[in-house]
Structures are given as structure tokens and as C-alpha cells.
Write a protein that binds this ligand. Sequence first.
Ligand code: HBI
Ligand code: FE
Length: 286
Amino acid sequence: MSTDLTRPPEAAPDWTISQDWARYTAGEHAMWDRLFARQSAMLPGRVTSAFMDGLDVLRMTKPGIPDFDELSERLMRKTGWQVVAVPGLVPDEVFFDHLANRRFVAGRFIRTPDQIDYLQEPDIFHDVFGHVPLLAHPAFADYMQAYGQGGLRSLGFGALHKLARLYWYTVEFGLIREGGDLKLYGAGIVSSYGESRFALEDASPNRIGFDVMRLMRTDYRIDDYQQSYFVIDSFEDLLRQTMETDFAPLYAALEDEPDLAPDAVIDGDVVLTRGTQAYAKNAASL
Ligand code: HBI
Ligand code: FE
């Protein structure tokens, strides 16, 4: 996790920087528009309705890279959240403290055309297109704040590693049941052209009912498509099952439980799709 980061001189003590919106070039705005057009064509019918509603109420459908001040003003009126710019990855406690205060930290740089399908660090398209629309949903907005508060507490238990898996398999790569179908909501999926299809339609990954304890034991992949996705019933249910719970006894109980591989299926899983793992096996053999 992010331990040995040094704060650049232009960043404030809370690691924020100015977005400097006026400095984006025409090429950078065009890159946003290109990514936006590609995902907007992909997502209707695949993404949760809360995401489409968020794009709409936050006026994210207008062309060009969004101005964080404008976005924050709209978001503040809906759910009390703001979007602030940071230089890149920030230390865990800084990240959690912002979330606990309903501030979402976002990178201000945008990927270059040769990075259109893959880059390691989260750019503004991932952070803003992927994460911000759902912050307009009241239960999801509360979940993110509670996650920040839980994150700060987890540091005292040495349990960040477990809690980070919860973030990964919900906020970044979660699926949700909606009207009898599975839909996307995780930011890592909705900001990815390839994974938007893979997560829902490919036979390779497992799709398993959400269970906090199970999920906090499960390792994840940071370098390729996920081998398992976890499915929630609603954002209200996610909030209830996680953040209204005292995690201290859960962390204690988890100490005796072995970690699970990203593709594991275990007794007690509610398996919606048992994946073939064909994609992962093929990738491993290349
Ligand atoms: N910093 N900018 C940024 N974005 C993140 O998503 C992020 C971070 N620092 C730490 C961090 N995430 C982790 O603590 C969480 O993924 C659990
Ligand atoms: Fe993210």
C-alpha cells in the first residue's frame, strides 16, 4: 500500500493541489471526450441506473474535462460531497481522512493516447468518470464516508489490508443486482472499455453473492481483469452490512482464517456464475 510517498512542494499539507482547469490543452479535452464517448456507448443497459442518474444530475455529459469547482457545487447540493485534486497516490491516512470528510480525491492528469486502454495510476478519467457519478447517490455517498471512517480505525488494528479488499471488491469492481439482472457499479469496471463487457458477459470470472467476511479474505489482482466479482443487492444493503457494523470483532475473527485466492470458490458461497477462468489461464500461459 502507499507508504513511502513524499508530498510534492506544490501540495498543501492535506496533499491537495489546484486543478488548474484553465491549463488543460485542447488535446487533453479531446482525450476526455473520446473516452467519454466510448464508455457512454458501452454503459447504457450495463451500468446501474444510479450511475446514469449521477452523470445527468452532475451535468457530466457536457463536453470536456469537468471543472472540479463546478462538479463540487452540484455534488454538494445533492449529497454534501466535494471533489479535490491531488498529485497522484496519497498516503492511506490522508486518503481516508478526505473520505471521512466527504471529499473525494482525484488525479488531475489525463492518460495519453498510447495509454488509452491501460495505465497503472488512476487518472482523471478513472477518478472522475468512474467514481464521481455514484457520489450523487445518497446511500453510496454515505458508504464512502463510512469507509473513510472505518479506514482510519483500521490503521489502529493493523487491518488495512483486509479493509482495502472491501474497497476493491465494492467501490472499484462491484456488481449490483437490479431488476433481476446484474449491472456494473465499480469504478474500475465502468471506466474500462474491456472490463465493462468482461465483468458482465464473459464466462471466465466467478460472480458471487456479497459477504463481507468472505470478501475481506480474498486476494485481488491489480494487473488484469478480476477473477471474481461480488454482487450486492442494493447500496442501502451494502451500507447496512458493512458500515453499520463494528469491524473490530470481524478483524479478530479473520486472523484465524486463511486468505483466499482471487479465483477461489468455497462452501457457503452464493455462486451466481462459476467461472471457467479461461481468460486468466490463457493470460498466465502467455
Ligand atoms: N490515493 N489518490 C489516491 N487514490 C486512491 O484510490 C487511494 C490513494 N491512496 C490510498 C488508497 N487509495 C488506499 O488506501 C485504498 O485503496 C484502500
Ligand atoms: Fe479508483
